[in-house]
Design a protein around this ligand. Structure first.
Ligand SMILES: NC(=O)c1ccc[n+]([C@@H]2O[C@H](COP(=O)([O-])OP(=O)(O)OC[C@H]3O[C@@H](n4cnc5c(N)ncnc54)[C@H](O)[C@@H]3O)[C@@H](O)[C@H]2O)c1
Length: 333
């Protein structure tokens, strides 16, 4: 089995690669071993792609890295042949950046996905796993989204992901490409670029700085450890039905204010370190995924409780300053 992982130098893609190859800290529980030649990563190494995320697998003979852009049809056409599966993570992923400038979100998330889908079709790739987000549904005041819920994205990021989801599903309906789509809630864990709320807060707190809390802190998110997300993707890759969408969620919903309280406790800091800042434009109030489908069809359930996962994550950032200090410009005390 040869697997092409796009965006495999990013936060979630690199966890997937470490998990597939059974790297230390990326246990392969329930995931069949990958035989040589194994796993190819295709990644453009944008600001959030970090070669260090792949250090634990760099010397594995089953691993190959190609630096390249998914928008570049020639590169994609060279890399795709010979792979049985594409697991597509590569994306511009940060909502705030999409508010500041949407162009790379449209070109990478929409056109890049279409470029990959065309190559998969041309070269007869056996399965295309498109990794997406709950943000495509917009915001839900009560209850939880099921997979057939209408899409109503509110940010340029989520709108570009919705576009890519629809394209992927259209390639299944129109061309019979073996596509499966996953939509996941908010992830946290090691190796996450310190612009997203959890690593931003943790690294700021570890450095004795303040943390910015948006608006009234009442926005609700469902937090999932990245390893549980990757276990869910592996199940969908192996057993998901072609043309289907699967939700992957954590079942731990909380407000940003509650999350902030947990992070302050985990880092030994107090509310004096929190600065309230004006709310994000178009800020979705609440996300909530119904995960019955993946649970009943594929036997998925999250395994890492939030409190334990956050404690491990804080420990990882405490122990791996050399990973994040070059990214935040911080200096060791
Ligand atoms: N982070 C979350 O909480 C979350 C939740 C649900 C779904 N997702 C989805 O999971 C995927 C991965 O998210 P992440 O948090 O790991 O993002 P990330 O920003 O950490 O990683 C993205 C990776 O894609 C690469 N990339 C970007 N543009 C590229 C291009 N044009 N060509 C090739 N490579 C390119 C980057 O270099 C980086 O390695 C995304 O598709 C995202 O929408 C993320």
């Amino acid at each position: 089995m040869r697997i092409l992982v796009t965006g495999g130098a990013g936060f979630i893609g690199s966890e997937y690669v470490r998990m597939l190859l059974g790297a230390p800290g990326g246990s392969a529980q329930g995931v069949p071993p990958v035989e040589p030649p194994g796993v190819t990563v295709l990644d453009a190494l944008t600001y959030s792609g970090n070669p260090a995320n792949l250090d634990p697998v760099r010397d594995d003979p089953r691993f190959r890295f190609v630096r390249g852009d998914i928008r570049d049809a020639e590169v994609v056409d060279e890399v795709v042949p010979g792979h049985d599966v594409i697991v597509h993570f590569a994306a511009e992923s940060h909502v705030d950046r999409s508010i500041a400038g949407a162009a790379p979100f449209v070109t990478t998330n929409v056109l890049g996905t279409q470029t990959l889908l065309d190559a998969a079709l041309r070269h007869g790739t056996g399965r295309f796993v498109h990794v997406s987000t709950d943000e495509v549904y917009g915001s839900i005041a009560e209850g939880s989204w099921t997979e057939d819920w209408p899409l109503a994205p509110n940010s340029p990021y989520s709108a570009s992901k919705a576009g890519s989801d629809l394209l992927a599903l259209a390639y299944h309906r129109t061309h019979g490409l073996n596509v499966v789509v996953t939509r996941c809630s908010n992830n946290y864990g090691p190796y996450q670029f310190p612009e997203k709320v959890i690593p931003l807060f943790v690294t700021n707190l570890l450095d004795g700085r303040t943390v910015p809390l948006y608006g009234d802190g009442g926005n609700v998110r469902d937090w999932l450890h990245v390893h549980d997300h990757c276990r869910g993707i592996a199940l969908v890759q192996q057993k998901g039905r072609a043309g289907e969408i699967y939700h992957i969620g954590g079942g731990t919903e909380m407000t940003n204010k509650e999350l902030t309280g947990m992070l302050l406790d985990a880092c030994g800091a107090d509310w004096g370190r929190v600065v309230v800042v004006p709310d994000r434009k178009g800020h979705d109030r609440r996300y909530s995924l119904d995960i019955s489908k993946i649970n009943e069809e594929l036997g998925y359930a999250p395994s890492i409780p939030l409190e334990a996962g956050l404690a491990d994550t804080v420990r990882w950032y405490r122990d791996n300053r050399s990973w994040w200090e070059p990214l935040t410009g911080a200096q060791s005390a």
